[in-house]
Structure formats: C-alpha cells, structure tokens
Design a binder for this molecule. Structure first.
Ligand SMILES: Cc1cc2nc3c(=O)[nH]c(=O)nc-3n(C[C@H](O)[C@H](O)[C@H](O)COP(=O)(O)OP(=O)(O)OC[C@H]3O[C@@H](n4cnc5c(N)ncnc54)[C@H](O)[C@@H]3O)c2cc1C
Length: 365
C-alpha cells in the first residue's frame, strides 16, 4: 500500500475538513471509514428524491462568519429557518418559547401580560435553591410552560422523571418576548441544497477513501501506512476501553415513506407529552422546500445507549467527565495521533464548531 502523510479515521465532518485542508497544502491523505458511506452523522440519503437525514435532523447554524463563508464555498445553502412546532395533547404551540407560544397558552397579546403571568407562577411556587431539574425548570419558566412543553419531552429525552434528574442539565430556558419563531439566535442558518453528502464528497476530493474499513483491523494490517493518524472514532475504543466505557444517550429512528405530499406541514414537530413514546417527527422534505409527490418522516425515540449502538450524546455527568479526562490525558501522550471530532474528544459539538476545530487543528500544525 502507498505511504501517506495522514491516515484519517472517519469520513465525518471533522475528518473530511481536515483532509480537504491538508490536501490543499499538498499533503497526501487516506481516509478510512467503517460505514458504507461518507459523511458520518451528517450523511443524507436519497429516498424518493428527498434528502433524508439518516442520523438525525441537521440544521446548519452559526455565528462564525469564517465558517459560514467556508461552507458556502462547498455548497449553496437555502434559506431554511428552523421553527419547530410542539404538540401537547392536540394543542399546537410555536417554539422556541415566544409571544406566539404565550398568546396561545393564555390568550394574551402583549409582552407585559406574558411576563406578569410567568413571574406570578414562579413566585407562587416559592422554590429556593432548585434541588432537581423539575424545580430548576419551574423556577425559570413557571408551571404552564413547564408542564405542557418541558416536562414530558425532557423525561423522554433522558428516560427518567424530571424530579430524578440533576438541575444542572438545564441551565437556561430562554423566553423570548417577541413574535419570532426562529429557533436559533445565530445570524447564519440554512441547509445545503442537494443534501450534506455532496458537501462531504466535495471536501474529500483529492483524498483516497476506503469505506467499510475499520481502523482497528486496518492498523494491524498496515501499521506504517502514514506518518500521522487523525482519529475521529470513540476515544475509549482507541485505548481498547482500558479505563472503562464512556456512556452516551442514543436515538432510534423509525423512518417511513408516506403516500402524501405533505404530512405535518413543518420539518420539525416535537411531541411534548410523556405518553407519546417519541420526542419528534421529522418530515425531511421541508428542510429543502420539497415538492415531491410522496414524503419521508422519521420518528425519534431517545434510548439508553449500550455498546454496539450508535453513540450520539456524551453524558456530561461527573463519572463520565472524569473518565473522559483520563482518556484525554492518554490521548495527549500519543505522539503521532491527533484526536478530533465529537467522538474522538467525547464532547458534543454542533457542525460549525467541528469545522472550526478542524480548521484550527490544521492551522496549529
Ligand atoms: C441526533 C443529532 C442531531 C444533530 N443535529 C445537529 C444540528 O441540527 N446542527 C448542528 O450543527 N449539529 C448537529 N449535530 C452535531 C453533528 O452531528 C456533529 O457536529 C458532526 O456530525 C460531528 O462530526 P464528526 O466528524 O466529529 O463525527 P461523526 O459524524 O460521528 O464522524 C465520525 C466518523 O468516524 C467513523 N468511525 C468511528 N469509528 C471508526 C473506526 N474504528 N474505523 C473507521 N471509522 C470509524 C464513524 O463511522 C463516523 O463516520 C447533531 C448530532 C446528533 C447526534
């Protein structure tokens, strides 16, 4: 096998940006990916002409102008604005919590009326130092918003009662006293026209890519294939789990093609009552204003992660953080391996942050 400057493990966003930047500088890169496709979790799959976000809905949003300019050189972004709708027992509410939400909840019109109701509800509860997530959320938004829009959703996300969850999980629950349903505060937002996979393919131009290739078998067979390794797989797996297993939350997606052109009228609909077993339904075509005759929806079921399942969200409690810190110390001592991306660092990052990290890593080198 040819010798490379870099062996990049994982054809996700981090690995692909790294490969792109290094290739531009004249370095040779081999990207290996254990899945049968590139893109990592931002992979979009064409089903009935619709770009389906196979590993969960991905909306690009950023305040980082340089990253925004960067992605716009790779793909044209549309003007999608994320404006989720919440369903609670057949009542519909706009998210994030804003004047449309409050007006629907209480039949009021002005910001002052909304502020007065929330303040009165919080005062009535008389909570001192919040002892759990329920008390924390109640003391931030009052009873109505909590019970209809926060409680059930959060309990499904974590698989536990809000009273059993620590208060630190929710630091803020932003309330917006204007009629604005735009979920994100960032100035730049959109979805790449034609899906994320094309953007990744563009990033990987000039690199050699091997799919269906697991690093751990590959490194046995080709120990000296590159001068340096960039590793974006799970941090604990690299060290053969020698200090223990890092935990995650995962999500199971049930995806269905439906013979209708428009199922729910919005890309993202949250189900906030606990009795409905899924947290959200995503209707993928609405990310790109699709006009196809059929539609594809995905129901999302948060689940406890077990080895072998897709690791999605790192658990940022003390036990996992302390284990991750020990693994990170081992990682720093590896002279020829760079650990990157969300799995390689055991940190949740949005896409823009992952791009920023990859660009900065290349700059530092
Ligand atoms: C459910 C969900 C929804 C999200 N929604 C958004 C959103 O709306 N907006 C946003 O900005 N961000 C979102 N994100 C974050 C986004 O997914 C990440 O920022 C991004 O995917 C991270 O890229 P990465 O390259 O670090 O990791 P990944 O995409 O996970 O790539 C790592 C790659 O390494 C491969 N790999 C692992 N182990 C090995 C091995 N041993 N050998 C070979 N290959 C290996 C994996 O198969 C994978 O392809 C979301 C994340 C999740 C979990």
């Amino acid at each position: 096998m040819k010798h490379y400057d870099y062996l990049i493990v994982g054809a996700g966003l981090f690995g692909s940006v790294f490969a792109h930047e290094m290739t531009k500088k004249g370095a040779s890169c081999l990207v290996i990916e254990k899945r049968n496709h590139v893109g990592g979790n931002i992979y979009t799959e064409d089903i009935e002409g619709i770009n389906v976000h196979k590993y969960g809905a991905h909306i690009f949003h950023t305040s980082d102008k340089e990253v925004w300019d960067y992605v716009n050189t790779l793909a044209e972004f549309n003007h999608y604005i994320n404006s989720p709708v919440a369903v609670y027992k057949n009542e519909l509410y706009n998210l994030p919590f804003n004047m449309n939400t409050f007006s629907k909840l209480w039949g009021i019109r002005t910001p002052q009326e909304a502020k007065d109701i929330i303040a009165a509800q919080i005062a009535d509860l008389n909570i001192g130092e919040p002892q759990n997530l329920e008390e924390q959320a109640l003391s931030l938004v009052g009873r109505d918003v909590y019970e209809k829009l926060v409680k059930g959703y959060t309990e499904k996300q974590w698989g536990r009662d809000c009273k059993e969850l620590p208060s630190f999980i929710i630091k803020r629950l932003p309330l917006r006293f204007i009629y604005d349903n735009n979920y994100f505060n960032d100035p730049y937002q959109g979805i790449p026209k034609g899906g994320y996979t094309n953007l990744i393919i563009k990033l990987l131009e000039g690199s050699d890519v091997l799919l269906n290739t697991d690093y751990f078998a590959f490194r046995q067979e080709h120990p000296g294939v590159a001068d340096k390794t960039v590793y974006t797989g799970p941090l604990d797996a690299y060290f053969d789990y020698r200090l223990g297993i890092l935990q995650y939350r995962t999500v199971r997606f049930e995806t269905e093609v439906l013979p209708t052109d428009n199922y729910q009228g919005n890309a993202v609909v949250n189900y906030t009552e606990r009795e409905v077993p899924y947290t959200r339904i995503i209707e993928h075509k609405h990310f790109e204003f699709g006009t196809q005759p059929s539609t594809v929806i995905s129901r999302e079921y948060p689940e406890e992660w077990k080895p072998g399942m897709e690791p999605y969200y790192p658990i940022n409690d003390e036990e996992n953080e302390s284990l991750a810190a020990q693994y990170r110390a081992l990682a720093e001592a590896e002279p020829d391996t760079i650990f990157g991306g969300r799995l390689g660092t055991y940190r949740y990052y949005d896409m823009d942050k992952v791009i920023r990290l990859a660009l900065d890593t290349v700059k530092e080198m």
